[in-house]
Design a binder for this molecule. Sequence first.
Ligand code: NIG
Ligand code: FE
Length: 398
Amino acid sequence: MYDAPGQDGRWTVIDNIGTLVTNDPEAGDGPLGLIHDAAVVMGDGLVQWVGPRSRIPEGSAGSRYDLRGRAALPGFVDSHAHLVFGGERAEEFAARMTGAPYGAGGIRTTIAATRAASDAELGANVARLVAESLHSGTTTIETKSGYGQSVPDELRSLEVAAAHTAETTLLAAHVTPPEFAGRSDDYVQMVIDEMIPKCAPHARWIDVFCEEGAFDADQSRAVLEAGIAAGLTPRVHGNQLSYGAGVQLAVELNAASVDHVTYTTDADVAALAASDTVATLLPGADFSTRNKYPDARALLDAGATVALAADCNPGTCYTTSIPFCIALAVREMHMSPDEAVWAATAGGAAALQRTDIGHIRVGARADLIALDAPSHLHLAYRPGVALVREVWKDGYRR
Ligand code: NIG
Ligand code: FE
């Protein structure tokens, strides 16, 4: 950390921004609220002023960063990650790339490795991945449990996650663990009777994997309803590997988000468009499993709210890079570069039901990134290039 913004009336000024994405249509051009030749003043961890640099308020002294015409935008909001795990599955990935199919059963490999890991090992893994994601511009990251699938292992997963983010999710029903093999209803009952009561105080969200090979609609509904009764807000992994009930269940329960959304019917798209549930697309997972990509155009054209997230996990998608996901969304899912940048910032904030992040407006968290490029369009235009040059989180340069 370098700055101590706001403490003694000294502000941090980010000046000479070539193109600033505010995500505030009232502040600038188009849906991204673009301001050219912009400046942002930060203090006390918040955005204090934003506008054309010719109008920076008097007395905005303090640290000044001259971006020399580079682009700036809100920090990425990665609303879907599984960072608490032991081991890795590079061999499984290699086998998949030479023809083996992906199945939810691979999750059990990571359950075994996670149960065998110490708290310190799990914590070091989360710290490493949070640092990696920050480096590529992610200033808010959600993270899930889900590789414990026992009360003590889910509990410690959430405790480890909570040391790094307030956005913690109890992924109580990810896959039936080996000791419940052939008895998934018994596992669901244990989740409802024991796991949720013990773990709910350590989480903000409840999540399930509603998919063939994982949990069916009735099991998923039972887990989510128990989570809601314990004060958690639902989100759903659904329609990742096949058509299924996940999207409709998420809408029925007014979930914050349904994630993956790769196999959708017209009815699924219509239901999402008519709901407040965000469709969170995870193209990195589809890339690394050689899946088809979600029909982002159908969702956007119908009026659904779309978020993009990285889904970092050791099985289906071992990347923390939101710029990579933006490039995939544009090239493979026909999102415009503007739509993809919105989905990875304001869309992620919507999926986490947060109004303080995902935009650059007075009073927002001072989470801002600068690119080594003149505009946000370069995120998709220059795939694979590390364009994120500076990151400010809570007004601090990281
Ligand atoms: O989001 N879909 C379920 N869960 C993870 C993958 C888990 C794994 O394979 O380890 C996902 O893709
Ligand atoms: Fe996931």
